[in-house]
Design a protein around this ligand. Structure first.
Ligand code: HEM
Length: 217
């Protein structure tokens, strides 16, 4: 009885601490807006994605809800998702972490004093030329090879308190976009490029409208 009561309290405490994250980060649509825009601006990429979607979905749209299989079936779409999250990380300013009671020395000898609070903004990290050459260029091929330093990429944070929903967010995006790209072309005027606004999560400042036309091929 005692053990199950403690366990319930523990689970409840963990759940209630994570409720804000569930509300803020599970809303994928702003993130999808950036993927739509990037695809609409690159006809070559869009054609390759359509080809991949046709090969991966030959006839019908129902495919397994298994993130690993989706990733294998739609590798270019998966890299497009990764690159969008590099260039437009939803938690652009990052989340804070406390150093604790002892000072820490990190990276190139930088000392973080005890009890200080640190932010690692993915927005700037993902534009650091040391890890991301020509960072303003949208290029899904960056993700063809494994990263030298996995901490150079943190749209989902890093370490033990990173996002628990990465696989769901990825699977959701791949299974939404593959059937769409198989049938439609996405258009958007380049002057409508979403301009970021920064608050707790990054999202476009204004609505961005897209036009879908049935694919001729
Ligand atoms: C593209 C979509 C998503 C992005 C960019 C994202 C990003 C993040 C980031 C940056 C954090 C770390 C916050 C921190 O360090 O305090 C986080 C944590 C979290 N995310 Fe996500 N997330 C996404 C989708 C999801 C989904 C689909 C779920 C749930 C179904 C989810 C649930 C959570 C939870 C519960 C945490 C807190 C984990 C912990 O503190 O141990 N997220 N997310």
């Amino acid at each position: 009885m005692f053990a199950s009561g403690v366990l319930t309290q523990f689970v409840f405490a963990r759940l209630s601490r994570n409720v804000p994250s569930l509300f803020f980060f599970t809303d994928n649509p702003p993130n999808h807006g950036y993927i739509w825009f990037q695809i609409s601006q690159n006809q070559n990429l869009q054609n390759e994605l359509a080809k991949e979607a046709k090969a991966g979905l030959p006839g019908k749209d129902d495919f397994p809800w298994n993130p690993d299989m989706l990733k294998q079936q739609f590798p270019l779409l998966d890299r497009t998702f990764s690159e969008t999250n590099r260039k437009h990380p939803a938690a652009a300013l990052g989340s804070s972490r406390s150093v604790g009671k002892k000072a820490l020395v990190v990276g190139d000898g930088l000392e973080l004093p005890e009890n200080s609070v640190c932010l690692m903004p993915p927005w700037t990290l993902h534009r650091n030329e040391r890890y991301w050459p020509d960072p303003e260029t949208f290029d899904p091929s960056r993700f063809e090879t494994a990263m030298d330093d996995p901490y150079a990429y943190q749209p989902f944070s890093g370490g033990p308190r990173n996002c628990i929903g990465i696989r769901l967010a990825r699977a959701e995006t791949l299974s939404l976009f593959a059937p769409l790209l198989r049938r439609y072309e996405i258009h958007c005027d380049s002057s409508r490029e979403p301009k970021d606004s920064f608050s707790l999560t990054r999202r476009p400042r204004k609505k961005v409208m897209f036009r879908l036309t049935p694919r001729a091929d």
